[in-house]
Design a protein around this ligand. Structure first.
Ligand SMILES: [Zn+2]
Length: 229
């Protein structure tokens, strides 16, 4: 199953997050099977080396895209596109795949937001970068499957880095609600929270459908991708 948002399709984009049934996406052939099934040319999907940073790579021309396709080991955690014919993938196993896109697909972004990326304000910075392209009308957002507040217990040192309103305390434990934290940042960037969808799929709590680093401590990843034909 591929979890997705209908508004991506309406914007002329192809994208979403694959369940674990598609395989461990550290294996490139598992990725290629997904692309093939959707008629996406695998060589048009860009990759980077994820480091939980706030670095965004902007692709504004086919030349730039080709350059990054030739050097996939660059460090970054978000993609931003203003050209068709290309797309990108990220891998997660509890982190948030954050999709942001113009209602007509003229510009689109995909960010890998772990808690460190969220603390580094990657959602805010990605939303601002998308707005600054000048190619967006209404901006829609969708958060793919990730660890939800039910399972994301943290210690006090991590909790201290989040807004108090994004924390949930229960039985002496502290849990972080990444959805609330990200919504807050997107709102601050000028997006309408009503245009951001945060479906409740918990990678850690739903073993049948998702890989989870926190649950299994095994290097198995889910794939999220976005592409404009
Ligand atoms: Zn959970």
């Amino acid at each position: 199953m591929i979890y997705t948002d209908n508004r991506l399709l309406s914007a002329g984009l192809v994208g979403g997050t694959c369940s674990r049934h598609h395989g461990n996406m550290r294996d490139i052939s598992a990725q290629n099977n997904v692309y093939k099934a959707l008629n996406i040319p695998p060589e048009k999907i860009l990759h980077f080396h994820q480091t939980h940073s706030d670095k965004i790579i902007s692709i504004t021309s086919a030349q730039e895209a080709a350059q990054f396709a030739a050097s996939p080991e660059q460090d970054a955690d978000a993609w931003l596109f203003t050209v068709p014919g290309w797309g990108a993938a990220i891998q997660t196993a509890d982190c948030v795949p954050l999709f942001l896109f113009d209602e007509r697909g003229r510009a689109f972004a995909l960010a890998h937001c772990g808690w460190r990326g969220v603390v580094n304000r990657l959602p805010f910075k990605t939303a601002c970068a998308l707005k600054n392209t000048g190619r967006c009308g209404k901006i829609f957002g969708w958060l793919g499957p990730h660890i939800q507040v039910c399972c994301f217990e943290v210690q006090a040192d991590v909790a201290a880095q989040f807004s108090p309103t994004s924390l949930h305390r229960k039985d002496g434990k502290i849990f972080v609600n990444l959805n609330l934290e990200i919504l807050g940042q997107l709102k601050e960037a000028g997006l309408n929270p009503l245009d951001i969808k945060t479906p409740y799929y918990c990678t850690c709590g739903d073993e049948k459908n998702f890989f989870s680093w926190r649950r299994d401590h095994v290097r198995q990843n889910l794939l999220s991708f976005i592409y404009k034909p």
